[in-house]
Design a protein around this ligand. Sequence first.
Ligand code: GLC
Length: 429
Amino acid sequence: MSHTDLDQKAKTILTDNDQGGYTIPTKGLYPYQWNWDSVFVALGFAEFDQDRAWREIEMLFEGQWRDGMVPHILFRKDDPSYFPGPGVWGTDGGPIPSSGHSQPPVAASVILDLVENDRTGKALERASALLPGLMAWHRWYLNYRDPKGLGVIAVIHPWESGRDNLPDWDDALRAVEVKDIAPYERKDTSHVDPAMRPHKEDYDRYLSIVAACRKAGWDPAKVAETCPFFVADPGVTFIFLRANRDLLSLAEKLDRTEEANEIRGWIALMEAGAKTLWNPDLQAHVAIDERSGKMTDGISSASFLALYAGLTDAATLKPLQAHFDRIAARVRYMMPSYDPDHRCYEPLRYWRGPVWAMINFMIAKGFREAGDTVRADRLRRDTASLIEASGFAEYFSPETGAGAGGGSFSWTAAIWLTWASPSHARQAA
Ligand code: GLC
């Protein structure tokens, strides 16, 4: 297929997955609105319908909880083809039935992008209406995912990280006692090959964490104190730090001095805190289990997001460039979600090796901003080649380029449109 055919196909995927203002990640496997999927999807819509791009994010914020949290899934209508559905989560925090935790907060960054590339003349007004929600969500992150004020953000569930079965969660997950779960039937393995999905032992523990938080009534302070899983995640930490910088730009554009000052304090805290995730043996940032104090021993694609977070000093950049080149010598397509030299690497199992387009987009942005256009371009070219060879898959093998997981995937289509497509006007951005 030519680039322009792929551009057209990507738009068709977004419009086909559109449910009337919000977009599902893919039919069958993910029939609801997912948090960070939707936000990336907005970037795709923005290429041909900016009004629709804003609507996507506005509809996500319609599900914001009273405590400020923006949930990872909004169950706008019940769909028996998905498990675990609203009944298992048992939440009551907001106006729309939802899961009980969040997902990586990319919204402020994407909203800034929509403002900076606006063609509607309405962007500042729409950003201004979303600002209180963004502020509340970011405060929620600081209060309940960093209750000790360490400047790092923890996730209370592997699903909250958006990188569901990353090897970094293995030890912390193993420490979760399997209890309070009713017999259940998974639905994910009926949509895609079980060899690409998490194992049953993991799934039991995923549901046990949900059960523990349900018992705590999803009260965020209680959850932070008692959840059996509480792991500082470099992915969410870096995305949040970046989102705070972008939120600050938004607040400044909107002349919101009070908010801007508050955000400056968050950035200072997070800049200092993020550095504590540095593993000196590995020369990269990793996760820390806040319950056991243990640091993980593997480099993930999120380690490279340090640059995206603005940590572009030579002491961070140089080791990441070296890791990038080492990994590039091991696989054909960058960036695998886990280090191919690590014992846990699996090229086709969910988050233990495969490549995701939207992670490449963020890593490349970081390299480019750090002045490294060579590695940034490599990521864009690889992302384009993967999509050209295997279509708009959920994720790809870094070794063969084969597409895996769900097909006709919304965020892969969106990232193609906003960045990877060679015909894209902003291809050098
Ligand atoms: C999986 C991914 C998560 C994503 C969701 C929908 O759960 O791990 O990041 O949001 O699928 O695409």
